[in-house]
Design a protein around this ligand. Sequence first.
Ligand SMILES: NC(=O)c1ccc[n+]([C@@H]2O[C@H](COP(=O)([O-])OP(=O)(O)OC[C@H]3O[C@@H](n4cnc5c(N)ncnc54)[C@H](OP(=O)(O)O)[C@@H]3O)[C@@H](O)[C@H]2O)c1
Length: 265
Amino acid sequence: MTAHSTTVLVVGATGSIGRLVVEEAIRYGYATRALVRDPAKARSLPPEADVVVGDVTRPETPSRAVDGVSAVVFTLGSDGAGKVGAESVDYGGVRNVLNALTSRTARIALMTSIGVTNRTGTYNRTTEAHDWKRRSERLVRASGLPYTIVRPGWFDYNGPDEHRLVLLQGDKRQAGDASDGVIARRQIAEVLVHSLGSDQALRKTFELVATTGPAPANLDALFAPLEKDADGALDGVYDAGNMPLDEEPQRVRDDLDAVVARGPS
Ligand SMILES: NC(=O)c1ccc[n+]([C@@H]2O[C@H](COP(=O)([O-])OP(=O)(O)OC[C@H]3O[C@@H](n4cnc5c(N)ncnc54)[C@H](OP(=O)(O)O)[C@@H]3O)[C@@H](O)[C@H]2O)c1
């Protein structure tokens, strides 16, 4: 993807990560569209951003937002809205935007979370946020679209000297606190935006944390050794097989069928 011919849609553009994604995408030279719910919040976005006002849970918003885009970065969050928010925003927002693409191709970068495959911890039992974010990952994999899925550690819990990026697979760190890994928000945004143009990041799912040391000069060199997700697999490579499809809610299985049928041209 060349920057000048690419319009990137940022879904979650007024969030703590999304607004940095908007800045990074502009810095990379992408035409950048910001989906925002509240026009007042858009005022603090860079003037180069093309602002589209809407709510991903409303049917008319996604189709307006995806018009002419060739890449989408998802940084949605429904924190505080419990199970309903997790399903309707973190999952439903991704589903609605993917479906709005109809048969078009777009490069996808999806942010979820470290620990997303942990189903039994208190956080997931209370909010189902992990389960719904993981289901959004599954939709992206099933869509047939080119993608990268980034599962960051704890935002901005890093010390001032912790910028050496470490990319992990299999989601084995599940303490549910910052001991799982820390990462600067700015670096999450950079990784998401960089992945859009990276062959080395294609069809890869990884946890993203930082440790002591300088920021890497070459993100592609970090992406390159990672394993791709297996062809046709719903989960990330090395993920625990603890979400059997035949135990999933019927509506989730229907959504998967619909996203497969959507099929990129
Ligand atoms: N904090 C951590 O350490 C950590 C670590 C890993 C993963 N995460 C996860 O990362 C996610 C995002 O984090 P964040 O800090 O960027 O969240 P945030 O600041 O709350 O941003 C969420 C974004 O989603 C947008 N949004 C919510 N509902 C929407 C809807 N119906 N239609 C359109 N946009 C909608 C929000 O819009 P408004 O501005 O209008 O509300 C906002 O732009 C969270 O789900 C969190 O669980 C967090």
